[in-house]
Structure formats: structure tokens, C-alpha cells
Design a protein around this ligand. Structure first.
Ligand SMILES: C[S@@+](CC[C@H](N)C(=O)[O-])C[C@H]1O[C@@H](n2cnc3c(N)ncnc32)[C@H](O)[C@@H]1O
Length: 271
């Protein structure tokens, strides 16, 4: 069963979640000059708030956000329409695992989504093939799956109490490659590629803020699997909360939650 997303929960940490996208955006070179407005795809666009940042940088571009969550697309639809520079923003259903561009794109971007897509690197040839000369593929994925927040989730799902119901749900999202692997694969395709990683030292506020963070992302498959059993959901959350409290004790200024992220950018030669 695919995870059910909750845009409101996801957006509770929008500031911290948007920062890596702004850093990625800053590294994307100018798009190819052409007689038509730039064409941009955002894969796994979620609630569309970062897709809208693309319209700030390329106000005359035609931008489409693709996602396979009806909940996320419903939220994103609130942002659809003409953009201030004469471009447009729209949102469509697509599965990033099988998405093949059906027109040329100047930029294909994806933020914090490809970790949910097994084998996404196998799509790089089709995606870079669809880029216009001088166009760019740029993405960011979390690289923190061995951090306590995610390791503890996987371990808890694997305990005798939960294994039968949740065994695989704690690790469903681990589909990333290391930065050097992205670099190699994209360079193999003839692109000028760069890859890098950054660990953001996030300071979260409030009670059990790491649990609140994970409820918006990595916990989605677990919450979906236990959706019809509220007592079990509550019990799981209490157990996980206690583990997180030990791993991420609150400090004088808040709770420090380091978060590694991996970035890759590939520019197709031609201009
Ligand atoms: C963590 S959110 C990121 C949303 C947005 N890109 C952002 O940066 O705020 C991950 C998104 O990936 C989407 N997603 C997961 N698997 C997908 C797939 N196979 N095809 C399309 N979207 C997918 C989810 O529905 C969700 O909206």
C-alpha cells in the first residue's frame, strides 16, 4: 500500500525542509536561451511550495510539478495558475518510477523525493535524453538513513512485536546512492556533473520535535500501515518517541537534529 501523505504535517517544518532546495537552486546554471519560454519539471513536487520557488527564478517558464500523492497534489493545486512573468505553474499525477518526459525540458528538478523511488538512477538516461542542449537535471535526496532517527525506526519495526505488521515499512524509503555514484552515472551519460553533500545542523523547537519531523516523511508508511488500528499506532509512536528522546535530548536552545543531504547536478552539453 503506498504511503498516505499529510501536507499539513509535512509543511510544519517547511523552513528547514526548503533550505536545501534553495541551496540546490543556487547551483543550477542559467537555462538554455531559446525562442520559447523555459520548460521545467519538478518530480515529486509534494505540496508545491518549492515548485513555486522555481517560478520566482524563472518567472516566464512553463513549470509542471509531478507527484503520485492525491493529498499532496490537492494542496499544490492551490498554487497553480499563471506566474508573474507570464509563465505558468501546474501540477499533474505521475509516478516518478515510470515517468518518461514526453517533450523536451530545460530543467528537470527533484527535491527530497527520489529516495522514495527504487531504481531512480535507471531513469537518468531517459531524463537526460529529454533535456534540451545546455539543460540541467538537478536533485537533492536525504542521506541520513543511518542516523539514529531512521535507524531506530527500522530497528523498532523489526522487533518481534511489530515485525509481522511493519517489518519492511521502516526502511521502505532507502533507495539512494552515494554522491560519487550519482556523479559517475551522470558523467557516464556525457553530462558535466557535480555532486556534493551537506549535513545541516538543524535546531528544532517544541516537544518531541524529531518525532514531529519524521511524522511528515519517514513515518508515513508506518502510519499508513497502522491507519486502521489507532491503539497500535499510538503504542508504536510512544515507543518510537521514547527512543528518539534518548537519541536527541533537548538542549538549552532547542533540539539539535543533524540531517545529511546529497545533491547532484548534471548539465547536458550543447550550448
Ligand atoms: C518529502 S516529499 C518532498 C516534496 C517536495 N519536493 C519538497 O521538497 O517539499 C516527497 C514527495 O515525493 C512524492 N513521491 C514519492 N514517491 C513518488 C513517486 N513514485 N512518484 C511521484 N512522486 C512520489 C511524495 O508523494 C511526496 O510528495
Amino acid at each position: 500500500m503506498p504511503a498516505t501523505w499529510d501536507p499539513q504535517q509535512y509543511l510544519r517544518h517547511a523552513g528547514h525542509r526548503t533550505r536545501p532546495f534553495i541551496d540546490l537552486l543556487a547551483r543550477i546554471p542559467e537555462l538554455p536561451n531559446s525562442s520559447r519560454p523555459a520548460r521545467i519539471a519538478d518530480l515529486g513536487c509534494g505540496p508545491g511550495n518549492v515548485t513555486a520557488l522555481l517560478a520566482d527564478r524563472w518567472p516566464d517558464a512553463r513549470i509542471t510539478g509531478f507527484d503520485n500523492s492525491p493529498e499532496m497534489l490537492a494542496k499544490a493545486a492551490e498554487l497553480a495558475g499563471p506566474t508573474r512573468g507570464g509563465g505558468s505553474l501546474d501540477f499533474r499525477t505521475a509516478d516518478a518510477a515510470t515517468w518518461i518526459p514526453d517533450e523536451p525540458y530545460d530543467l528537470i528538478v527533484s527535491n527530497a523525493a527520489l529516495q522514495w523511488v527504487p531504481g531512480h538512477a535507471e531513469s537518468f538516461p531517459a531524463w537526460t535524453e529529454a533535456l534540451t542542449p545546455g539543460g540541467t537535471l538537478a536533485f537533492q535526496v536525504p542521506g541520513n538513513f543511518v542516523s539514529p532517527s531512521h535507524a531506530l525506526l527500522g530497528e523498532l519495526c523489526d522487533t518481534p512485536q511489530w515485525r509481522d505488521r511493519l517489518g519492511r515499512h521502516g526502511r521502505l524509503f532507502v533507495h539512494i546512492l552515494e554522491p560519487w555514484e550519482y556523479l559517475t552515472r551522470l558523467t557516464d551519460l556525457g553530462c558535466e556533473a557535480v555532486a556534493w553533500e551537506t549535513t545541516y545542523i538543524q535546531l528544532l523547537q517544541g516537544e518531541d520535535p524529531v518525532l514531529d519531523w519524521v511524522k511528515g516523511t519517514a513515518l508515513r508508511p508506518v502510519l499508513t500501515a497502522l491507519a486502521d488500528d489507532e491503539p497500535a499506532q499510538e503504542e508504536f509512536l510512544l515507543q518510537y518517541r521514547d527512543l528518539l528522546r534518548k537519541a536527541y535530548p533537548p538542549g538549552p536552545h532547542g533540539t539539535v537534529f543533524p540531517f545529511r543531504r546529497i545533491f547532484a547536478l548534471a548539465r547536458k552539453p550543447g550550448e
